[in-house]
Write a protein that binds this ligand. Structure first.
Ligand SMILES: Nc1ncnc2c1ncn2[C@@H]1O[C@H](COP(=O)(O)OP(=O)(O)OP(=O)(O)O)[C@@H](O)[C@H]1O
Ligand SMILES: [Mg+2]
Length: 293
């Protein structure tokens, strides 16, 4: 295993328990998802040795986190919010961050990392004119310059348009291979296309680990497509977990979770997506009233 996380707990000074006994094994390209405040950034900062855990341990390729310099040498980290000097070129930016890490890479090495993230053509352009997607990819290049075996990227696709997301996804895919990539995101399709395994973090606890297909399958047989007049659908929405509604004139089609006996409306089974599986996992206790049998 490249990343072994054991019983990791983090309590901030204000008493917030951001991680609660997290145990995870990570290899390949791995997706970490969870709502705002779930603890994703906290976990990533701990792995990047920027934050010391309250309890528990983690090893990266067998090296415990307290061997800080060794860990940093193996690891590239792209934080959730990064910005760059607008007047530097892409190449100068990567060089600047490399120098901060006491590296003095040659120009061909710098060009090579820019190539890896699809920015070779833009090497001499000023970063101030870059799109959101280009800036994220530049961040990836910065994280890659010392050729780390493990890359941790915190929400690399948030706030990007579909094209920008596609570019970043492509760059992330190209990093894979024998490297381990841990990425956090709110965008489930990004996990579906990029990651073979994933975990769901919720209120500091791991609620799921497995493949995206396995998470989608959690909702299998529990999701209905219901077509009724608008008002009837709106009534259902007030009482049950409705994933989506599409209005169609006076009619509406809803995707509704249902467990237990025969539903009181005409319905057809719906094929669950990863989003449905995620929603089911996080909300079933509070929002899906099961029929008693
Ligand atoms: N420096 C801090 N001091 C105190 N509490 C913090 C600090 N950083 C985060 N928290 C709290 O810890 C919890 C986890 O936050 P974290 O940023 O790790 O979540 P996240 O999953 O990354 O959320 P998001 O999806 O919004 O980025 C939240 O309740 C947050 O308010
Ligand atoms: Mg975060």
């Amino acid at each position: 295993m490249s990343l072994e996380i054991k019983n990791l707990t983090h309590v901030y000074r204000n008493g917030v328990r951001a991680l609660d006994d997290v145990t995870l094994e990570i290899n390949g390209t791995f997706g970490l998802v969870g709502p705002n405040g779930a603890g994703k950034t906290t976990l990533m900062r701990i792995l990047a040795t920027l934050l010391r855990p309250t309890a528990g341990t983690a090893r990266i390729h067998g090296v415990p986190l307290d061997r800080v310099m060794e860990i940093r040498g193996m690891l590239g980290y792209l934080p959730q919010n990064v910005d760059f000097y607008p007047t530097l070129s892409a190449l100068e930016t990567v060089e600047y961050f490399a120098l901060l890490s006491h590296l003095t890479p040659r120009r061909d090495k710098l060009l090579q990392v820019l190539e890896q993230v699809g920015l070779a053509e833009a090497a001499d352009r000023r970063v101030g004119g870059f799109s959101g997607g280009m800036k994220r990819r530049l961040g990836l290049a910065v994280a890659l310059v010392h050729d780390p075996r493990v890359v941790i990227v915190d929400e690399p696709t948030s706030g990007l348009d579909p094209e920008g997301r596609l570019e970043v996804r492509r760059a992330l895919g190209a990093l894979g291979g024998d490297r381990t990539v841990l990425l956090s995101t709110h965008i489930l399709p990004d996990v579906e296309t990029t990651c073979s395994r994933m975990a769901v973090l919720h209120k500091g606890k791991i609620r799921f680990t497995g493949s995206p297909a396995e998470l989608a399958a959690r909702a299998k047989g529990r999701l209905l497509k219901v077509r009724l007049p608008r008002e009837a659908i709106e009534k259902i929405e007030r009482e049950r977990a409705v994933v989506s509604i599409r209005y169609d004139g006076e009619q509406a089609v809803a995707r509704v979770f249902w467990e237990g006996g025969e539903p009181p409306w005409p319905h057809a089974p719906a094929e669950p997506s990863l989003e449905d599986g995620y929603f089911y996992l996080l909300h079933r206790e509070e929002r899906i009233p099961a029929e008693r049998s």
